[in-house]
Design a protein around this ligand. Structure first.
Ligand code: GLN
Length: 193
């Protein structure tokens, strides 16, 4: 909750919970202690500005970002959804440790705000198409061996899965389609069972 499109994600998670018939509780995380208190079953890293997220999340007043990275690294089954700037943080944590999602990513690679667009995407994770909204989006430049391309746009990779971590360069929370949020909840349910 430090920066970015977080409230829309909360709405999308409620819609997904309703669509999938899964009961959820949302915890808003701003500080490392919020994570300790929440003991979540899944995480969402929203889109926004990764530079601002790094500054606020690494600041000693918060400490959230290192705490989140530790939490993810503790167990590769923990479900995580990172969208746009969130995907940048997962692929490039800049904390001296391994990437959380083994893919290389290039910020603002489509150009400026005017180059934002939406388009139909193909997803093997959903086994159907999905409307992707791209806002000053990054681009995957390489997918590592331990990761898998699961969403494409005209043969270009726009979604990568690594264990139960999913990095998307678009904004699924803006599509009125809760499928990727449902994947997160279903995965969290399976892991918890
Ligand atoms: N351009 C942003 C960044 O580099 C990402 C854009 C977004 O999250 N919509 O962090």
């Amino acid at each position: 909750m430090l920066q970015g499109a977080r409230h829309v994600h909360i709405a999308a998670l409620h819609a997904a919970a309703n669509d999938a018939g899964i009961e959820i509780e949302i915890h808003e995380l701003r500080k490392a202690t919020d994570l300790e208190n929440a003991q979540p079953h899944a995480l969402v890293f929203p889109g926004g500005e990764s530079t601002t997220m790094r500054l606020t999340g690494n600041d000693s007043a918060s400490g959230l970002l290192p705490a989140l990275f530790d939490w993810i690294r503790e167990d590769s089954k923990r479900p995580v959804l990172g969208t746009c700037a969130g995907a940048i943080l997962l692929c490039d944590p800049q904390d001296g440790g391994e990437p959380l999602v083994a893919a290389e990513i290039d910020r603002n690679a489509y150009g400026r705000q005017v180059d934002s667009f939406q388009s139909a995407l193909d997803s093997t994770l959903l086994d159907r198409q999905f409307l992707g909204v791209f806002i000053r989006a990054p681009r995957f430049t390489k997918v590592g061996d331990s990761a898998e391309a699961v969403v494409t746009h005209e043969n270009e990779v726009v979604g990568v899965r690594h264990d139960n971590r999913l990095a998307l360069t678009f904004h699924p929370e803006l599509s009125q389609d809760s499928a990727f949020h449902q994947w997160l909840l279903q995965t969290a349910k399976e892991v918890a069972e």
